[in-house]
Design a protein around this ligand. Sequence first.
Ligand code: GLA
Length: 730
Amino acid sequence: MSVIIEEKFIILNTKNTTYQMAVNENNYLAHLYYGARLDDSVALERGKLNYHSGATLAYDGKSRELSPDVCPLEYSAYGSGDFRTTPLKARFADGSSVCDLRFESAKLLNKKPVLRGLPALHDEGKVSQTVEVCLKDKIYDLRVYLLYTVFEEQDVISRSVRVENHTGEEIILESVLSACLDNYEDEYDFISFTGRPHFERFLQRTSLGDFRLVTESRRGASGHQANPFVIFCSRGCDEKAGECYGASLVYSGNFTASLEKTQIGTSRFVMGINPENFAFILKNGEVFQAPEVIHSYSRSGFSKLSHNYHNVIRQHLFRGKYALAERPILINNWEATYFNFTAEKLLAIAKQAQKIGADTFVLDDGWFKGRNGDASSLGDWFVDEEKLGCKLSDLISDVNALGMRFGLWFEPECVSENSDLYRAHPEWVLNAPSRPGMLGRKQWVLDMANGDVVDAIFGMMSDILDNNNIEYVKWDFNRYLTDVYSTALPANRQGEAHHRYVLGVYDLLERITTRYPNLLIEGCASGGGRFDCGMLYYSPQYWTSDNTDPMNRLDIQYGTSFCYPVISMGAHVTASPNHVTRRDTPIKTRSNVAMAGTYGFELDLTTLSDDEITTLAEETRFYKNHSELIRLGDYYRITKNDGRYIGWQFVSKDKKTSLAVLVQKITNINYKPIIQKFEGLIPDMQYRVTVDGECREQLYSGTALMEIGIGIRTIKYEADSTRVEIEAVN
Ligand code: GLA
């Protein structure tokens, strides 16, 4: 049984993990345990922490042993004795923000509920089990429903929170975080994925001391600077050993995640919508649904934790035709032409792309009315036939005649100041009254909290999509939110604008994905500025970074891989020298790095030599032969990312086929040669090993490959790369 509800206990079991909670004698819902699978023991000891330390602790009723400040709790509210970061803060009609949540009821639901307006893990196959726990304020009828869904196979437990106001009056929610995890231990490292545009998701690891560690966004989008995925782990935890907890928020706006050490040597983790500039009014009878957090636990290091996330994202977050299917091999014209193109030039690139095996041509920014630079036209989604020199449908027919699909770029959430849309509706942008407001990349952010705006953009996009054979959309978003004020909301509801913006974006995405079920959407936000599980629900691939230099991509894709599967990472072979860094890299390395992603091209193929075209055609063939392994296999980081060389490996689910790639990060002279070990193979199986097309005579056992490794002499200088194919011999 994956869920057991007994009188006082709730136990959730996945294949390898157990989560336990209990109602204690003061009716708090105490957290008991989250860790390796337990069969019948209940961690009761932990629910009753008794660290009464004199007069400073508040406690309830007679039991001085059960102060809410030291008790490990599943969820708690501000104002009644829990001085840690409390996930809920509600302001009642009488002005007080004191709230005291106690257990009310728990039940098993027959299916995972849909979280209204929000992306979340889905479960069409009905393999999960969901328990709903109700907590209630002691005085006012404010109900907090905690939902826990168990995905047994993937070792995942997802959580979300729904607040219902039955107080009879209006209340203001000032914080509704989605998860709270109180652990008995405090000796943790906190791992977050931070960065900046062009350098997204760099792994940061910090030891928890006597303080609270926070990673968060206040930019209106999850952002380049932080990512709504974090890990906390035992101090020595590495890829193969140690215990680690992951948390991924299925949300694309402001978020916070923090880990704090308590005075008594326990710890609290919380995650959810960032409470800053959040104040949501709930009338009597109304409901607020907070987004979902995907939790997973591994006692055998990061590798297993990543597999759990990759599996659950592929199987229960991605939707639609492309969820698990082979993805198109794109040729995108952005780095080939930027804004400077005609249909003739685009077609010339498409013809070369067809020769190298690309199957989808993507027309990036610049195809709509007067858009010849980034200073105008966003919001006027009408084809610029004068610039193209033909109708869009003619260009698409020509591309289709090459046997290729056609894709198009949109930036639906923004509008240029110099646009007909802005001139007609200046009130449709986020901007506070009487203020000049701030432009970003010369554009405003549209007020997606306003249903009329969403309708108008949907109308323009569907006009293009209805009348043209478009099978892919790149959905871009190139600035953050400032001046967050919605003219669609009254003054006292402006604290809802940030969240309602995100809901508006999701609404538009939902309407587009429903109307065009065969459309593949690739998300993008100045590169990977909104790479999160919220966006991946609608767009199962995301442009990982505008930094396409393979040497920088090594770090970016490394950090991204901790949560997100390779098949979600948009990655293209681009020109050398690279447009961002001016660095020269060999074509094979550019290709090898793009293969740890969706694979595609973004360069002016008309300028390549015949030899280069032949090489890229061979590379595409190689990728196609391995695309299922890359897309659906288990992904291992087989080296540390410590600056010398880096490697990763794909292993098929039956463990019989594998592909590894190693890239030299700095020149390796006068240092020991590489003897690389591999992962995930069958110990007593014999394997044939091929390095860069050269098959080794000797066969290796799985044990030899995993415990001894093989000598690699094919990489030595910076940006060299090599491929190791491993195939079981029957
Ligand atoms: C952003 C994207 C790029 C490209 C440009 C177009 O920067 O990240 O890939 O689409 O916009 O303006």
